[in-house]
Design a protein around this ligand. Structure first.
Ligand code: ADP
Length: 474
């Protein structure tokens, strides 16, 4: 039994087909041949009988003693009968004439009387035999008839049974070996297929196998690609977890260190206690920002994987968002930080609306603006602008800050990637701001365009697709 439990084998199928075709061909040939042979034999016999009947008739016409002539006629396996005008049998070489019934109504006798010559063919009582009759009218009105048995189709067929059985046995043996050889030859290219590299077998394979091999190859490539993506995802997930753990631990260690100092009465100076307290407060703030950013990113990840309805339940529903008003609130919220960093923030807002999740769009603009201030220099400036360019709404944040080196520009959107770690931390960065920008933009179908020159400044533009805004009804 095969490992898959199927009892069907190719050689059995091929054997069946070869045997059935060969045997059917022989059987048809035998039946048709027998009928043809029987017909030919009957024709020859009929013609011989006809000639013999004519000779006997001529002999009888030229004599007075018919019976004496008939008794001298000796033709093998032939029945000779002389019939009087009224149908009475005068002579028969096989039965006593007196015991024979009247032959006046026999078709060959009737035909002989009418045309001078008659013939007929009737099934004999013997299985599969026919009797051929030839009758000739004599000049004295009597009819002489010659009859001979002829093998029928069935008896000829029966005579073939013996040879046919031998032929069938030969056909079985030949079919068996032919099927074995043929099925091995058929299967060989299939067995040669290397499923790990189906393309290699294309040339040797049957043409019918090529679509299947191509399909296997494409599925193999798809599988490889999916495995690569899975491996990448797995690597990113592990890196992300390790980073989160590290990022969370750092402020927690600081907090618990200062808290321990205060609680163990080791710090007595009022000013020191105040200083430690504010440090704890700052680290707790960092922790809160970090947890918020992680939550936002995880919601964005989940929304990317889910259907649009589920995305709304994760991130909040979409609605028309007025970009100038949004940038204005972002500017106000960052006023204090900008003032502390000695950076001037300007607004260049033109009317523009985007259908989106307000919280996400706000976070996107806030993170860009916050970076523009934090990675700026004292006396520098930031311009927050929005508007519509070729029908597409955009938000742009431009600064005169430290800029980003060209080889760093693709990396800064990765989670926890910072060009200068200490500077980022010193300025309260979580390393997740631009990752949130990237995913929030993708969620809204927007593209991000980054232009930056080290020591000159950075310009980041987020361009949304053309918006179909709901019509306003009073
Ligand atoms: P962070 O919390 O560290 O600011 P982000 O994801 O917002 O994290 O930014 C990643 C890194 O990209 C930053 O650490 C910084 O090095 C760089 N960066 C982002 N925005 C700017 C900018 N406007 N100018 C210069 N560098 C920037």
């Amino acid at each position: 039994m095969s490992p898959f439990g199927s009892k069907r084998t190719l050689s059995r199928r091929v054997f069946g087909t070869v045997f059935v075709v060969a045997f059917a061909a022989i059987a048809v040939f035998t039946v048709v041949g027998s009928a043809f042979l029987q017909n030919n034999l009957a024709q020859v016999t009929r013609s011989e009988l006809h000639d013999e009947a004519e000779i006997v008739a001529a002999a009888l016409d030229s004599t007075v003693n018919d019976i004496a002539v008939l008794e001298r006629v000796d033709i093998d396996n032939t029945r000779l009968t002389l019939i009087a005008e009224d149908g009475t049998v005068i002579y028969d070489n096989q039965e006593p004439a007196s015991q024979m019934e009247n032959h006046g109504q026999r078709p060959e006798v009737i035909a002989a009387r009418e045309t001078g010559h008659g013939s007929d063919e009737r099934d004999s009582s013997t299985l599969g035999e026919v009797m051929l009759y030839e009758a000739v009218l004599l000049s004295n009105g009597q009819v002489v008839r010659i009859a001979q048995a002829q093998a029928g189709v069935l008896s000829i067929l029966l005579s073939f049974v013996g040879p046919l059985l031998i032929i069938a046995a030969v056909v079985i043996v030949v079919s068996f070996f032919a099927a074995r050889r043929e099925s091995r030859a058929i299967i060989a290219p299939l067995l040669d297929v290397d499923l790990d590299h189906p393309k290699r077998n294309m040339e040797a394979a049957y043409a019918e196998m090529v679509p299947m091999l191509e399909r296997i190859e494409s599925q193999r490539q798809e599988l490889k690609q999916q495995m690569r993506v899975l491996a990448d995802n797995d690597r990113m997930r592990r890196e992300f977890t390790a980073n989160i753990t590290h990022e969370l631990k750092t402020p927690l260690t600081t907090i618990s260190g200062y808290a321990e100092l205060i609680s163990s009465d080791m710090v007595v100076d009022e000013a020191d206690i105040k200083d430690f307290g504010s440090r704890i407060y700052r680290e707790a703030g960092r922790l809160t920002s970090l947890v918020n950013d992680i939550l936002t990113l995880s919601n964005l990840d989940e929304a990317e994987r889910s259907e649009s309805n589920d995305a709304a339940s994760v991130l909040g529903s979409t609605e028309p968002v007025d970009l100038p008003r949004m940038l204005e609130t972002v500017q106000q919220r960052l006023e204090h930080v900008a003032h502390k960093s000695d950076v001037a923030v300007f607004l260049d807002a033109h009317p523009a609306m985007v259908i989106g999740v307000p919280r996400l769009l706000d976070e996107l603009a806030y993170n860009l603006a916050s970076n523009a201030i934090r990675y700026n220099r004292p006396g520098g400036s930031v311009v927050l602008s929005c508007g519509i360019d070729e029908g597409r709404p955009f938000i742009r944040v431009e600064d005169t800050g430290i800029g980003i080196a060209h080889d760093e520009q693709a990396k800064i959107f990765e989670r926890f990637y910072r060009v200068d770690k200490s500077r980022s931390k010193a300025r309260g960065g979580t390393g997740l701001g631009l990752a949130i920008v990237k995913h929030a933009a993708a969620f809204h179908g927007a593209t991000i365009d980054l232009e930056s020159e080290p020591d000159c400044g950075t310009r980041i533009t987020v361009t949304f697709p053309v918006q179909v805004l709901p019509s306003v009804t009073d």
